[in-house]
Design a protein around this ligand. Structure first.
Ligand code: ADP
Length: 484
């Protein structure tokens, strides 16, 4: 292992604020379990507790499903359209077209946003399924599901009113509206042979996709996302979902359906900050966001925020004369030279950059130096680079440890508070869990510290299904077909 270098006590004190001890995990799991129960009882979505949104998905794929379906996915960064041919044997063929959502669509009006999405659907059909646009297909229409990863108030499989935006979006007139209606309207304006049949969430898609591709008999219990944002869903028994109307439950049960996938919206776990760590960096970050006071869990964990937490710590360290003092704040002539412009701009760091800094083990941290020189025009000494790497590791490790709370809570809740004896699959997706070095390993490390114990934690398998969100959404259309 590498030689440790001595670290200034004042810097260490700041790093220590990012440690997540066992007690915090245990308290977090307790509170998460209570929040789940509260959310399952309370039909008033949109307040300060975890929404626990019924997905109206009551069937879990077996891998035998067949058919051609369209799916589209609006995430924090991209819009993807795809077609999925389910082959009925755990395999599929997928075509997709992806576009970055320009900031102007995230903050304009809803027609502007959905018209942009419809044009992209049109382009996709022109490239991959021209036959449906010409008369060759006898006016056949395609079923599409919409993966819309923002909190919605859903009343059935294809109706969902937007509760509020997250992840930097702020299309005001869409709040409170049924997003399926808004989207279908613009699809119809372009005369596209497409019917939106389901609205779903990336977490639900991830869970379904994992169940479809997996050919083990072990159930996928949880779908979890760690990307621009974080969220998760799991399979809950209908009897526990107290907020469902009794007639709805009865109707489902009469069809032999006994459970439903619940989208927890765990990004807004502990918005009241009863147990989450709350450093002054977290406070400043929250004040910089459009959804201040909401998604407090997400703001400590997901890709959109880690870079900003890092930036705020670095600025603070510099102001305390503990970092970047050689070039940027000379005590000698007692006139501080300000930090480079880029570092002073909120949201300057991308999580990809943190990934690179975290794993840099080059001599004198030369790779990090390149990052600072090129991405931020920031001059650093070796000592600076060592400190920054420590901060990066502290921020990302806290994120991964906190990420273990919902996973442990859900598994314990489903197992009557005991560690599981059988293997449990967690279908995961998102660039952070996929690419951030050690992120998954740190989640596992934290899980072993909880009441799951080493043995129980050892039963948990994270799997990342390739193209999960597209396949999962296609499976929602399939479910919509069988439910109607
Ligand atoms: P979305 O959640 O928008 O569907 P992704 O799953 O691709 O999209 O997540 C994007 C987030 O992941 C961004 O915050 C980005 O900074 C971060 N990210 C992308 N690549 C990496 C990487 N190699 N390492 C760490 N984080 C990454």
């Amino acid at each position: 292992s590498k030689q440790e270098f001595p670290i200034d006590q004042k810097v260490q004190t700041i790093l220590n604020q990012f440690i997540v001890p066992k007690k915090l995990l245990d308290d977090g799991i307790d509170l998460f379990t209570k929040s789940m129960d509260e959310g399952l009882r309370n039909p008033l979505a949109g307040s300060s507790f975890m929404p626990m949104i019924p997905s109206f998905i009551t069937k879990i794929p077996t891998g035998k499903e067949k058919g051609l379906f369209l799916a589209c996915d609006l995430g924090g960064t991209n819009f993807r359209v795809c077609s999925v041919e389910l082959n009925g044997d755990h395999t599929f063929n997928l075509e997709q077209l992806k576009t970055k959502v320009d900031h102007s669509y995230m903050v304009g009006d809803s027609n502007n946003l959905f018209n942009f999405l419809s044009l992209h659907v049109k382009e996709f059909l022109e490239v991959h399924h021209d036959e449906y646009l010409s008369s060759n297909k006898d006016n056949q229409r395609l079923k599409m599901s919409f993966t819309f990863s923002f909190p919605i108030d859903q009343t059935c499989i294809n109706r969902g009113k937007l509760i509020r935006w997250t992840k930097g979006y702020d299309v005001k007139d869409a709040v409170g509206q049924d997003v399926i209606k808004l989207f279908q309207y613009t699809l119809d304006q372009h005369k596209l042979p497409v019917d939106l049949v389901a609205i779903t969430n990336d977490t639900v898609g991830t869970l379904l996709a994992n169940s479809y591709v997996s050919n083990t008999s072990n159930q996928t219990l949880i779908g979890a996302i760690y990307g621009t944002g974080t969220n998760g869903c799991y399979i809950e028994s209908l009897d526990n979902i107290k907020k469902l109307k009794p007639e709805t439950v009865e109707k489902l049960k009469s069809k032999g359906q006994n459970y439903m996938v619940i989208n927890t919206e765990w990004g807004s776990f502990d918005n009241r900050l009863q147990c989450l760590p709350n450093t002054k960096y977290d406070e400043i970050l929250d004040s910089e966001t459009p959804n201040q006071g909401y998604h407090m869990f997400e703001k400590r964990i997901s890709g959109m925020f880690l870079g900003e937490i890092l930036r705020l710590v670095l600025i603070d360290l510099n102001q305390k004369n503990l970092l970047l003092t050689e070039f940027y704040c000379s005590e000698k002539n007692d006139k501080p030279i300000t930090l480079p412009h880029r570092l002073l701009r909120p949201w300057a760091f991308q999580t990809e950059v943190l990934s690179k800094l975290e794993i840099d083990d080059s001599t004198d941290l030369k790779i990090s130096k390149l990052c600072y020189d090129n991405d931020l025009r920031l001059e650093t000494t070796l000592e600076d680079r060592r400190i920054i790497q420590k901060v990066v590791k502290a921020v990302s490790k806290r994120a991964a440890y906190l990420s273990a709370i919902p996973i442990a809570a859900i598994i314990l809740q489903q197992n009557d508070g005991k560690p599981p004896k059988e293997e449990i699959q967690v279908g995961a997706d998102g660039a952070v869990i996929e690419f951030y070095p050690e992120f998954k390993e740190h989640i596992m490390e934290a899980l072993r510290l909880t009441e799951l114990t080493e043995a129980g934690a050892g039963k948990i398998k994270f799997t990342i299904a390739k193209d999960g969100s597209g396949v999962g959404a296609a499976l929602c259309s399939k479910t919509a077909e069988t439910l109607s």
